[in-house]
Design a protein around this ligand. Structure first.
Ligand code: SAH
Length: 370
């Protein structure tokens, strides 16, 4: 519930667990209150909740039990996905023996909640270490005092995790997000099934797609603008005994140059950062996606495979497919959709919170117009 919907919250302390009533004093439920976010109330129950710490423990247990039923072939996955696991403002990821958590709301930041979380994670997962990743901007928006990323438990901050039989280095206190893009895990495996020949992984970060494509392709090149990401990508390639070429550069410029110099590939992956962070960015985001997809379509050999992703919630699947259609028309290519995919199952989508579904991944077979 947004700040603008609240009639009165007089005397309610930041981060309180509150009972919420409608205008005619009808009880709505129990919510986590934020005194500074535009999202002032995050509903946690339609009943009264007297003992939040017990609810927290049960929900973490439920979230972990759900993963046991849907997660395969990996020791790295999301254990708790905020609203989608009925724990608004809490993200918990597991990377082999290290658990990494992010706290995004005032209520979840309270000391008793933190202590309870560490104890329940230790009981259920028994990690070697628990790290906290801090997003300074979120803390500022929530009016929380500044804090550094660091270990909350244990001493080990680096490990190696395995997904789909591929190994990755993980540093709990480095990298973007909590370290890797776990939401793409099932898409990596799907892309690998269709890839062959020469492959280009654009926006490759630490090599998630590139490393999965390498066993199936004759040559793989990864492109990213971040040098530290590429350094880790290279260490990951060494770890898996693969030879992959890494290029540091701006993807837009590089695709333009490559397309102009008639380079051709059999498989191209596009996995850019979220171009539409807000609804207002939608049009320029779609222009950005179209430019990338148009160039990639032109650079694919007949029968090539395009793997095109968007992690912008504000770009719906329908508008993403429409963008791809327009790019295909301009590029004079025929595009057959092999798979239209979303985020991995450890990032569940809660039906009544559409914002929990954000990732799109289209795998397509591309041929020339007849
Ligand atoms: N495909 C990756 C995740 C990509 S995240 C995986 O599966 O792990 C987006 C990446 O885009 C980041 O690594 C970021 O460094 C990179 N990036 C952002 N803007 C870029 C640009 N203009 N050119 C090249 N890379 C860019």
């Amino acid at each position: 519930m947004y700040r603008s919907d609240i009639l009165t919250s007089d005397g309610v302390a930041p981060g309180s667990i509150v009972a919420v009533f409608g205008p005619s004093s009808n009880f709505f439920g129990t919510a986590l209150f934020s005194s500074s976010s535009q999202i002032a109330l995050r509903l946690i129950s339609t009943n009264r909740v007297d003992d939040f710490l017990t609810v927290l423990r049960r929900r973490v247990e439920g979230a972990i039990a759900y993963r046991k039923s849907v997660v395969r072939d990996t020791n790295a996955y999301r254990l708790v996905f905020s609203e989608a696991d009925f724990l608004p403002g809490l993200i918990v990821d597991r990377y082999n023996d290290i658990v990494s958590l992010q706290i995004l709301t005032q209520a979840m930041d309270a000391n008793p909640v933190r202590e309870s979380l560490i104890s329940v994670i230790n009981d259920l997962i028994q990690p070697t270490a628990i790290a906290e990743r801090v997003d300074p901007r979120v803390r500022e928006l929530e009016s929380l005092s500044p804090r550094r990323s660091g270990l909350l438990y244990g001493e080990k901050s680096a490990t190696i995790f395995t997904m789909n039989s591929i190994q990755f280095h993980y540093g709990a206190l480095e990298g973007q997000k909590t370290g890797a893009f776990l939401d793409q895990r099932e898409n990596y495996a799907a892309a690998a099934q269709h890839a062959q020949g020469e492959a280009l992984d654009v926006f490759c970060y630490q090599g998630g797609f590139a490393l999965h494509l390498a066993p199936h392709c004759s040559r793989v090149t990864g492109v990213d603008s971040s040098r530290p990401a590429l350094e880790l990508a290279d260490q990951n390639a060494v770890l898996n005994r693969r030879e992959i070429e890494w290029i540091e550069g701006n993807a837009f410029d590089l695709l333009k140059d490559y397309a102009a110099s008639d380079r051709r590939y059999d498989c191209i992956v596009l996995d850019p950062p979220a171009f539409a962070k807000t609804k207002r960015d939608l049009e320029s985001a779609l222009r950005g996606y179209k430019e990338l997809n148009l160039r990639a379509l032109k650079m694919l050999r007949p029968g090539g495979v395009l793997v095109s992703c968007s992690c912008s919630y504000h770009v719906s699947l329908a508008s993403f497919l429409q963008m791809l259609l327009e790019a295909a028309l301009d590029a004079h290519r025929r595009v057959q959709l092999i798979e239209v995919r979303g985020q991995a199952k450890d990032h569940p989508i809660l039906l009544n919170v559409p914002e929990t579904g954000y990732l799109k991944c289209v795998i397509a077979h591309v041929s020339y117009l007849l």
